[in-house]
Design a protein around this ligand. Structure first.
Ligand SMILES: [Cu+2]
Length: 504
């Protein structure tokens, strides 16, 4: 009896302490859905789990009276915003109701590429379902990411017609002292080609393309004079760069590719490459009605073919807001790491622009082009030997741009997508240090037309401590032999065994 009452007393004291802690309020608040930051449908993680079914359908979407053939998740166009937190698990059923295969990639997620994870070797046939389980690592930087179809050969059409959605990892402003209470808004951009229309609006005003923001042709954003708002800008376009301006305002860039950067910088016009994201601070000017205008810049020589179009209004009114003071967090500069591998990748394309190569090769899902050991730090030079715009994207990790056309680039955060300039090159540093990324995954140009036509390769990250190196698709004797004889194949293709294995 005496022991029981002591336990009861201790329990009561502990309960009292928990209830008295400010932390208790945080727990209660965490269960509430976060404030909506776009006008798109949202699916929010609850108690660490984001559970969703994404049903893929083909349909028709009407933009300003014009019917357009589109694809969508749980609707005729695009998909819901997924909202999760670092450390959460996303359980997503992809229900493919198309007559063709599709799949999912979770762009920028630094979790596992194996099994039911962020594994683009998976192809879900028409009519089939597949259950993804994405464990978001606790170290995933909070910010704007996205999910999209990654079916090789079909990616450009599927993404271009709607198969993508935003994936927001919560906590971006909470991690920046001074911006904790600033409103966050999401603006997702995509152009959709309209084929064979005889509608004069389509041909003369739209130049054969409907430009969308948050799945509409125009958006209205609001703010009070002097109010600072964080805009998460994400380019869902299959192929094209978004060229964005806000009348009467400058953008202050404070994050790139889903993470706050250490050094803010200002820009009048933003160029957002396909698949890239920018976090910007917009400080509203005097009361007024301002225009958000954009142009989709075609790759290659077509830059002049598109015109600026007004895609939004920014209405500033109400009582003036007090200015914010903030401090961007520090971030690890990879310059200090010692490098134990160098590689060079050269982008080329056929004269008719139907085939796109990396080091002279077209993509082959069954071939592993690059092997690294877990823990390796490598510098990769990506050279663009074409007159076309290309980008570099790698799954599962972010990288640091070290130089551009031979000139050092000062450290300002990590990226998962970077432009490789025409007839130029970038050198990037990649730290293959997180154990979650062991397995095979992809790096490629994120102009999806180019990816679909060959500009993609397979990398395997091998844990040298692991007895069984076999990964999800590239195990077997040949793979083992190859890893033993030439663990870092790129640059070693002249070895007969490597040529034989590469050919096989
Ligand atoms: Cu490209």
């Amino acid at each position: 009896m005496r022991r029981f009452s002591w336990l009861a007393a201790i329990a009561a004291v502990l309960l009292g302490l928990v209830l008295a802690q400010p932390g208790h309020m945080v727990v209660a608040l965490a269960a509430d859905p976060p404030a909506a930051i776009s006008d798109m449908p949202e699916i929010v993680s609850q108690n660490g789990i984001l559970a969703a079914t994404l049903e893929v359908r083909q349909g028709t979407t009407v933009f300003d009276g014009v019917s357009v053939d589109t694809y969508g998740y749980n609707g005729s166009f695009s998909g819901p915003v997924l909202r999760a937190r670092p450390g959460d698990t996303m359980r997503i059923r992809l229900a493919n109701r198309l007559n063709e295969p599709t799949n999912l990639h979770f762009h920028g997620m630094q979790g596992s590429p194996l099994g039911h994870g962020d594994n683009v070797h998976i192809s879900v046939p028409g009519g089939a379902d597949f259950d993804y389980e994405i464990k978001i690592p606790p170290h995933q930087p909070p910010g704007a990411y996205w999910y999209h179809a990654h079916e090789h050969g079909l990616a450009e059409r599927q993404v271009g017609r709607g198969l993508s959605g935003a994936l927001m990892i919560e906590g971006f402003t909470a991690g920046i002292p001074g911006l904790e209470h600033v409103r966050e808004r999401l603006l997702a951009f995509r152009s959709v080609e309209i084929e064979d229309s005889d509608n004069p609006v389509v041909n003369e005003q739209w130049h054969g393309v409907v430009q969308t923001v948050n799945n509409r042709t125009t958006v209205v954003e609001t703010a009070r004079p002097g109010e600072a708002v964080v805009w998460h800008l994400t380019n869902h376009d299959a192929d094209e760069t978004v060229h964005l301006a806000l009348g009467g305002h400058r953008f202050t860039v404070i994050g790139r590719d889903g993470a706050a950067i250490p050094h803010a910088y200002q820009a009048d016009v933003l160029d957002i490459a396909p698949a890239a994201r920018l976090e910007v601070l917009v400080t509203a000017g005097p009361p007024g009605d301002y225009t958000l205008s954009m142009r989709n810049v075609l790759t290659g020589k077509g830059a002049e073919l598109r015109q600026d179009r007004i895609v939004g209004r920014f209405v500033v009114s109400g009582a003036p807001a007090t200015p914010v003071q903030y401090k961007l967090p520090d971030m690890t500069d990879l310059s200090g790491l010692s490098v134990n591998g160098y590689r060079r990748f050269v982008y080329t394309q056929s004269k008719d622009s139907e085939k796109y190569f990396i080091n002279g090769r077209l993509f082959d899902a069954g071939r592993t082009d690059t092997r690294v050991n877990l823990g390796d730090v490598e510098d990769w030079t990506i050279r663009n030997d074409t007159d076309d715009m290309h980008t570099f994207h790698i799954h599962q990790l972010a990288f640091q741009v070290m130089s551009l056309n031979g000139q050092p680039v000062p450290f300002n955060g990590l990226l998962d997508t970077a432009v490789v300039p025409v007839r130029g090159e970038i050198t990037i540093r990649l730290a293959f240090t997180r154990p979650e990324i062991v397995g095979t995954f992809m790096y490629h140009c994120h102009v999806l037309r180019h990816e679909d036509r060959g500009m993609m390769q397979v990398i395997e990250v091998v844990d040298p401590k692991s007895v069984n190196h076999a990964s999800n698709v590239n195990g077997g004797v040949a793979g083992w032999l190859h890893r033993v004889l030439a663990p870092n194949r790129t640059g070693f293709e002249h070895l007969p065994i490597c040529s034989a294995l590469a050919a096989g």
